[in-house]
Design a protein around this ligand. Structure first.
Ligand code: PEP
Ligand code: MN
Length: 352
């Protein structure tokens, strides 16, 4: 039989948390009715950032998931983080497990989870770690593979970032794409709910994932989002989820059209040429920084001159305000240039 993870696009939906039998079952039934959902999700052990917040209903909710599965016909998934979770969930015939961002971040937990899952035939989703470290993500996959877990898929849920943006977790698409390059055999699912943190932005992020050739989506959906006990602002009603999924265009990975291929080829050549120029200019820019380093060294002046750097940042941001480049992008590039430049001047100071 075809494995569920081969379905494209693979859609996983359900509430952040199972809160009551009624809420769990009714959400599952409404989602099944859309005909677009492949796996029903509901968290029952919730790793919360702060104590004294709703931490999920625990094992009491397992029979609700079984009931949701029986009545909706959908396979069910829940988050597991300890050996005990896995044992209890398996005893209730939960079909699919996911490993949350906080667990992927912790090698001790990952080792425990991998050993408890040893040899399982179940599908296991592994969310990216909280911080932007794909080695941790790969390490989690390797621990599972070493325990002979064969059906693994990745969930990209964004990374916490020190700079506040309107998104709850920065997508850092390049990291997910790098992960895909390193583990090309694993399906990559996007979780726009945890990236966005608010429902009005989910459609955009979901479409971006579709455009980047993701294999599916995990989206939080609650029968009555405004009453949700966790992640209320980011959950969609099953109807709203249905409407959102209807709008998403899943694009083709390739096209046979000659016209398309010629147009793409030309633009790619242009991009390659521009990239070449950008990096040549960066080489020249860093050479100039290095020369400044020699002058600072010979005059015993310190490397970091904050006022000068502030003026570079302010000038760049104001010059490019209307350029279509986002402030976040401009700041990221400026930060990278600044770090490289300081490193170069540091080497000059140390006489390297
Ligand atoms: C969740 O899916 O409800 C969840 C807790 O997600 P994450 O581990 O991505 O924060
Ligand atoms: Mn959630």
């Amino acid at each position: 039989m075809e494995k569920i993870e081969s379905k494209r696009p693979l859609i996983i939906a359900g509430p952040c948390s199972a809160e009551s039998k009624e809420q769990t079952v009714n959400t599952a039934l409404a989602l099944a009715k859309t005909g677009k959902v492949d796996i029903f999700r509901a968290g029952i052990w919730k790793p919360r950032t702060k104590p004294n917040t709703f931490a999920g209903m625990g094992a009491e909710a397992l029979p609700w998931l079984s009931e949701a599965k029986r009545l909706s016909g959908l396979p069910v998934a829940t988050e597991v983080a300890t050996a005990q979770h896995i044992e209890e969930a398996a005893a209730h015939d939960i079909d699919v497990f996911w490993i949350g961002a906080r667990t992927t971040s912790n090698p001790f937990s990952m080792q425990e989870v991998a050993e408890s899952l040893r040899g399982t035939d179940k599908l296991v989703f592994v969310k990216n770690p909280i911080n932007s470290d794909i080695e941790l993500w790969l390490g989690a996959i390797e621990r599972l593979a070493q325990c002979n877990v064969k059906r693994i898929a990745l969930i990209h849920r964004g990374f916490s970032s020190y700079r506040a943006t309107i998104l709850r977790n920065a997508p850092m698409w390049h990291l997910a794409l790098e992960m895909r390059r390193r583990a090309p055999e694993l399906p990559m699912i996007c979780d726009p709910s945890h990236i966005c943190g608010r429902r009005d932005l989910i459609g955009d992020i979901a479409q971006q994932a579709a455009d980047l050739n993701y294999d599916g989506l995990m989206i939080e959906s609650h029968i009555s989002p405004e009453h949700a006990k966790s992640d209320a602002r980011q959950q969609l009603t099953p109807d709203a989820l249905n409407a959102l999924l209807n709008e998403i265009k899943w694009r083709l990975a390739e096209s046979d059209s000659a016209e398309f291929n010629v147009a793409i080829e030309e633009l790619r050549r242009r991009i390659d040429h521009i990239d070449g120029e950008i990096f040549q200019l960066l080489v020249e820019r860093m050479n100039a920084s290095e020369e400044i380093g020699y002058i600072k060294r010979d005059n015993n002046v310190m490397i970091l001159q904050s006022a000068r750097w502030d003026s570079i940042v302010n000038r760049t941001l104001s010059l490019h305000k209307e350029s279509g480049l986002s402030e976040e992008f401009l700041r990221t590039i400026l930060d990278a240039i600044h770090i490289e430049s300081i490193n170069r001047q540091n080497r000059v100071m140390k006489g390297e």
